[in-house]
Design a protein around this ligand. Structure first.
Ligand code: UD1
Length: 420
């Protein structure tokens, strides 16, 4: 098991680069199943989630070549329509091969992902959409077995789901007729998947709105696409600059994608300046102030930035509240932050009350999930003394070579091996 050993107190200074969003790359890799021609995705980091998605796609017969910051996938000889438990259980996004498999080949057998640390995460919206498009959907031995043929349909989601939006779009692009999704997700990663699919010859309208219309085409072709920048990495590093009173340039960072977070930072006197190449975040005059946040679907405050912003508010001058509306169990970082000296109370109704403290102190803490782990790293960056953040395999799912990139900004951080 690896851990980060971090000694806090150094302001971050310098340049850090943010590449394509993990949450856009993963569905785009699944989209490669929709054509027998090569799909090249550029501007990507070889994160552990990308590795798992590659392994799953290879098990279906996709040929994959990795280049520097890019990946090429070719699905010209798919012989297996079964996505095994060993992959899907490791990463929920691998479930998203369901839509393209049933859309192109009329059949799919995909292990159910089940819940995870942050919540139950059911899949009913995915199934209801496929069923309204004519698929039969059965659960057998822990696998969902979906069979076509599909037809175009009007599909209304009972709540907004990013994954169900990706999946339904990918099921519909090669399906005869028109499919309209109502109450669709508007996330930039959904928009970028649609951009890729349209480059491949799909006919999709309504990207970035809650009504997406897909007119089925007979065939898709190859494409090359540069993936939209990772807004959650951008937000996390901007928070790090504010917390440490540093001054950093986030190469590739886009302020317009992190508005709910940049609003909080600006309220704390952090200076943000967008250039063509990226985002300057100057936190030298930061005054951390309390606020109230409710997580919501895009363009609301992203649930994935909830844990990182908790760390910021833990040091604010007053009382803050965060209500988590997307997941029912996303406060596992709270007890660990409290072990570092924070004063946060978990209230009923998925809300936390954060009583700001003057300082945090270094401790050995345990990551429970990807973003919760990043919240602990952020706390360690400002805590007095040295912290050990354990179980960093969670963090490495979404933050590429964090120790190298933060070291380059002046942080004292090491990736160490622990025996337990
Ligand atoms: C994606 C992101 C994740 C982010 C989340 C919400 C990826 C790889 N992951 O996850 O980082 O936190 O969007 O922005 O892109 N739900 C149902 N039934 C369903 C599907 C979802 O009840 O069939 C619920 C979920 O349990 C959750 C909510 O809907 O409470 C939103 O989930 P969803 O948008 O589907 O999240 P993911 O796509 O899995």
């Amino acid at each position: 098991m690896y851990a980060f050993k971090i000694t806090g107190g150094t302001p971050l200074n310098g340049t850090i680069e943010v590449k394509g969003a993990k949450n856009a790359v993963l569905p785009m890799m699944a989209a490669a199943l929709l054509t027998d021609e090569p799909i090249t995705l550029e501007n990507i980091s070889y994160l552990s989630d990308v590795k798992i998605q590659s392994q799953l796609l290879e098990s279906l017969g996709v040929k994959i070549t990795h280049h520097d910051n890019a990946i090429t996938l070719q699905a010209d000889n798919i012989t297996n329509y079964r996505a095994a438990y060993e992959f899907v259980s490791k990463m929920r996004a691998s479930f998203w091969v369901l839509g393209p498999l049933v859309g192109r080949f009329g059949q799919a057998s995909v292990s159910l992902p089940g819940g995870c640390a942050i919540g139950a995460r059911p899949s009913d919206i995915y199934f209801a959409a496929l069923e309204s498009m004519g698929a039969s959907v059965d659960i057998e031995n822990g696998y969902v077995i979906a069979k076509g043929p599909l037809h175009g349909a009007d599909v209304s989601f009972r709540r907004i789901s990013v994954g169900a939006t990706h999946n339904t779009i990918m099921a519909a692009v090669l399906t005869k007729g028109t499919t309209t999704i109502y109450n669709a997700a508007r996330e930039p990663e959904v928009v970028d998947l649609i951009n890729l699919l349209n480059k491949m010859g799909a006919k999709i309208e309504g990207a970035g709105t809650n009504k997406i219309t897909i007119t089925g085409v007979e065939k898709l072709h190859g494409a090359t696409h540069s993936v939209v920048t990772d807004r959650i990495e951008t937000a996390s590093f901007a928070i790090a600059a504010a917390l440490t009173k540093g001054n950093i340039f986030i190469k590739g960072g886009q302020q317009n994608l992190i508005e709910p977070i940049s609003n909080v930072l600006q309220m704390c006197d952090v200076k943000l300046t967008q250039t063509d190449e990226g985002l300057w975040v100057n936190g030298q005059n930061t005054v951390l102030r309390p606020t109230t946040i409710t997580t919501a679907e895009y363009p609301g405050f992203p649930t994935d930035a909830q844990s990182p912003i908790t760390t910021l508010l833990a040091l604010a001058d007053g009382m803050s509240f965060i209500e988590e509306r997307i997941y029912e169990n996303r406060f596992m970082h709270v007890p660990e932050l409290n072990r570092m000296g924070a004063n946060i109370i978990v209230l009923p109704n998925d809300t936390i009350c954060i009583n700001g403290v003057n300082k945090l102190s270094g401790a050995t803490v345990m990551s429970s999930d990807l973003r919760g782990g990043m919240a602990l790293v952020l706390a360690a960056l400002v805590a007095d003394g040295t912290s050990i953040v354990k179980r960093i395999y969670h963090i490495e799912r979404g933050y590429y070579k964090l120790e190298e990139r933060l070291s380059a900004l002046g942080t004292q951080i090491e990736r160490i091996h622990l025996d337990d």
